[in-house]
Design a protein around this ligand. Structure first.
Ligand code: C6P
Length: 409
């Protein structure tokens, strides 16, 4: 059991008041999580005491900065149970991690006519990089269907696998439906069909235990800013043989062993994929975030969010006219995307904001998924370890107020 009050005290922003004295109710962690003091302090301490570039200087500060940066890589490797630290590539975010795979693996190993299978519930960041390969290489894309109740259609997935795709990419957890896909089973099926697998872990790694060896995924992408860490840092985990075969994504300093006027020799892993001065303070920040999450235990984080989700789904069903997209709490994370009658989702979010309740409205960078449900947008509340049932009550009260406001109008 998480100690809610103790946890909330660790997040300075949660004591903020909004719009003249309204208590902040932050229900937008799927977009970006808040940061505990330990993360803010770790980055502050680095800038005040050890700030220098890494892998370049022999002086004390450069050594300290390099050590902190590499220690964070080790923490990430342990957190997702990666066999080796060098399988952890620092990027800017999930989006860049997926682009790295598309450009470094895809451009080398895919050719015109090759099939990549994705799903209809992907975030744009796991669609557009592949659209770019359609234009660049002439590959084909197929999208596993989503059922009307917001689950992945596994029969359709199997049908698409029968077409022998070269790569299967899917989100571990949908940022709109909250649906947690059966990743291990899908990976095993994809491998049996001869495909390699890319898991978008942007919404899974922050919220429940993810073990890359147990999943047996070939690539896993995720972002620091959704798991209590800073923006500007993402992670790509990859299997060693694949990472070794791939060419660098970006060229420049640090990613080379040797440069001549006639060419260059790439560096060893993971540096081959880390061109230029990286996000050093941000790596240190995610290291502190991982320490914090590990101390709480990801199992406890998952249980807490499950309780919030179950409660949230029960309570939202009291609000007349609400449609929830995937209202089944089983195999679902702490995300509730919904519409209220014909009230525009942006209006819902705006009225809630006046009461200090922060939610997101729009297509949540999953426009094709919204098209499947024939809607342009939803309002979305998303929960994290610092949220409470009282906050869900405030959110529901806010929805009743929204109703009243627009009915009266
Ligand atoms: N979803 C949301 O509000 P970046 O922006 O690269 O850190 O993460 C992209 C991304 C990839 N996959 C999934 C499943 C995601 O949810 C996201 C980010 C945010 O839902 C911002 S659009």
């Amino acid at each position: 059991m998480l100690d809610e009050q103790k946890i909330r005290a660790d997040f300075p922003i949660l004591s903020r008041e909004i719009h003249a004295g309204k208590k902040l109710v932050y229900l937008d962690s799927a977009a970006s999580s808040q940061k505990p003091s330990v993360v803010i302090d770790a980055m502050d301490h680095y800038y005040r005491h050890s700030n220098a570039n890494i892998h370049r200087g022999v002086h004390k500060l450069a050594e300290e900065a390099t050590d902190l940066y590499e220690q964070a890589r080790k923490k990430i490797a342990v957190f997702i149970n990666a066999p080796k630290q060098k399988q952890i590539i620092y990027t800017r975010n999930t989006t860049e991690s997926i682009n790295l795979v598309a450009q470094s693996w895809g451009r080398k190993f895919l050719k015109a006519g090759d099939l990549v299978v994705l799903t209809q519930m992907e975030h744009h960041s796991n669609i557009v990089p592949w659209h770019m390969l359609v234009a660049q290489l002439g590959i084909r894309l197929e999208f596993t269907r989503v059922t009307p109740d917001g689950k992945l259609d596994l029969d359709h997935f199997k049908q698409l696998l029968a077409q022998e795709p070269k790569l299967v990419g899917f989100t571990h957890m949908s940022n709109v439906l909250g649906t947690i896909n059966p990743a291990k089973e899908m990976i095993s099926l994809a491998h049996a069909a001869g495909a390699i697998t890319l898991v978008d872990g942007a919404q899974s790694v922050p919220h429940f235990p993810v073990d890359v060896q147990d999943l047996d995924c070939d690539f896993l992408a995720f972002s620091s800013h959704k798991m209590l860490g800073p923006t500007g840092l993402g992670v790509l985990y990859g299997k060693l043989d694949l990472l070794r075969q791939m060419d660098p994504f970006l060229g420049g300093g640090d990613m080379i062993k040797e440069v001549k006027f006639s060419g260059f020799t790439p560096n060893e892993l993971p540096y081959k994929f880390e061109a230029g001065t990286p996000s050093i303070a941000e790596a240190i920040g995610i290291g502190a975030a991982i320490d914090y999450l590990s101390e709480l235990g990801m199992d406890s984080v998952e249980v807490h969010e499950q309780n919030l989700l179950t409660y949230g789904l029960e309570r939202i069903s009291e609000v007349p006219g609400v449609t929830v997209f995937n209202a089944d709490p089983r195999n679902k994370g702490g995300v509730i995307a919904f519409t209220i009658g014909s009230i525009h989702p942006h209006d819902v979010a705006q009225v809630l904001d006046r009461s200090g309740i922060a939610v997101r409205a729009g297509h949540h960078c999953a426009q094709p998924l919204h098209e499947v449900f024939s809607i342009p947008a939803t309002t979305r509340a998303s929960f994290y370890l610092y949220n409470t049932k009282n906050e869900i009550d405030a959110f529901i009260e806010g929805l009743f107020a929204v109703q009243k406001y627009f009915m009266a109008g």
